[in-house]
Design a protein around this ligand. Structure first.
Ligand SMILES: [Zn+2]
Length: 419
């Protein structure tokens, strides 16, 4: 081991050991207050104000973040330069490109606008130590072989390759059949992939692996997929809610989602307080090459008020429901605009028949386009959707049915879309 890699590994271990569980609300509050104050006082970004009060900082979103990329980051990298490096990595499938000691990554935006992220070596070590502590099966420090399916690798992920951890990257651009062979040959103990890939692996007759832990990333994990995957691997499916802006939530040993409130401070912008639906506005305590402060994500999270049996006081989520873009703009019986949450549409289709294998729904102009596999289930689905409109007191929509076609694995799956 050379000096540099020793240093890297020690950095990960240090973070790994420093991650603590919080079982007391007051202790968490005090910790968050201290970390947030530190972050605001030392952000070093030309974009953000010099203030120690969070409310003095503007609430921004991805668009504003990307427009001000050059002044937000503190390492003097321009957006053009970062894009050039990131695109070259994607093209060559060689992800070791860096600008100085900064890794550049490109996020897979779902609506065309792709985000860029900058991560220093120190931040990358912290990230690796944290994610390992939160996600490794207990007891810790067993040997693990991790199989990680992603559309793009980055230095960030490679930094997990250390200690007793062997990490393999599976490129989603390659055919799944080839990956199944490699998986069978390497027998990973931890399988990490987007929900739609876990679903296909679970359905494969050729797959012979028996991982100790299965983790869904990058997409909404829907209940019917969770059921199928957990049956195939005989265990609960865990989730990591991670995006360019940070590692935001994880499932605990009880299998419940908790926000990572020792990494990020989260303000709630309510979409519907009664049902607990909100969009998170995040401030990250540790990101420094590209500070993330009061950044509003376009996601719908559903709050769970019941405390968790695991003892953690981190805010619980019932689920991550999707993106705000997925909420359908419809009308109630009196013609008043009404927001129909994607979950209601999903449930209506699933309950129609257990013979529905795949589906997608797009709401455009005034029609609901329903794609089904098999298409012969359309009468059952029609009946169930009409029932939904009655239950919710809605004006019924015109329906257009068509056969479902499988998208590319590298595309993020969104089953319900408002266009
Ligand atoms: Zn828990």
């Amino acid at each position: 081991m050379n000096g540099m890699s020793m240093f890297r590994k020690l950095g990960i271990v240090k973070e790994f050991l420093s991650v603590k569980d919080f079982t007391c609300k007051e202790a968490l509050k005090a910790y968050q207050k201290e970390k947030l104050a530190e972050r605001l006082a030392t952000h070093g970004s030309r974009f953000y104000p010099n203030s120690t009060k969070l409310e003095d900082f503007p609430i921004i979103n991805k668009k504003i973040f990307m427009e001000n990329f050059d002044t937000i980051n503190t390492v003097g990298i321009s957006k053009d330069e970062a894009f050039k490096v990131a695109l070259a990595s994607e093209e060559s499938r060689n992800f070791s490109n860096k600008i100085g000691y900064i890794s550049v990554g490109l996020s897979s935006g779902t609506s065309g606008s792709r985000g860029l992220f900058l991560v220093s070596e120190e931040e990358s070590r912290r990230w690796a130590g944290y994610i390992l502590k939160r996600m490794l099966p207990k007891p810790l420090l067993q040997r693990h072989k991790i199989a990680f399916f992603l559309r793009a690798n980055s230095n960030l992920y490679e930094s997990v390759n250390s200690l007793a951890i062997k990490f393999s990257f599976y490129d989603l651009l390659q055919p799944l059949e080839e990956h199944i062979e490699t998986l069978n040959a390497t027998q990973p103990t931890i399988l990490i992939a987007p929900a739609q890939v876990l679903r296909l692996l679970a359905l494969s007759d050729d797959l012979t692996i028996n991982p100790k832990k299965v983790i869904s990333v990058a997409e909404v994990l829907e209940e019917e997929d969770e059921e199928l995957i957990s049956q195939r691997f005989s265990q609960k499916v865990h989730q990591v809610y991670q995006c360019t802006e940070g590692f935001l939530a994880h499932t605990c040993e009880e299998g419940n989602l908790h926000l990572n409130e020792d990494r990020v401070y989260i303000e709630k912008e309510w979409i519907d307080e009664k049902s607990g639906r909100f969009s998170p506005i995040i401030s990250d305590f540790f990101r420094s090459s590209q500070p993330v402060i009061r950044y509003k994500l376009d996601d719908i999270l559903v709050l769970e008020k019941e405390p968790c049996a695991c003892g953690s006081v981190f805010t619980r989520l019932k689920k991550i429901e999707g993106r705000c873009d997925d909420i359908l703009n419809v009308k109630d019986k009196n013609g008043v605009p009404y927001l129909l949450f994607p979950d209601f549409v999903r449930r209506a289709i699933i309950r129609a028949s257990d013979k529905v294998e795949e589906y997608a729904v797009e709401h455009r102009e005034d029609a609901l386009h329903v794609y089904l596999q098999p298409l012969s289930m359309k009468d059952e689905v029609e009946e169930s959707l009409q029932k939904l409109y009655v239950e919710q007191g809605l004006e019924s929509l015109e329906h257009v049915y068509d056969a479902y076609e499988m998208g590319k694995l590298t595309d993020k799956r969104r089953r319900v879309k408002q266009l």
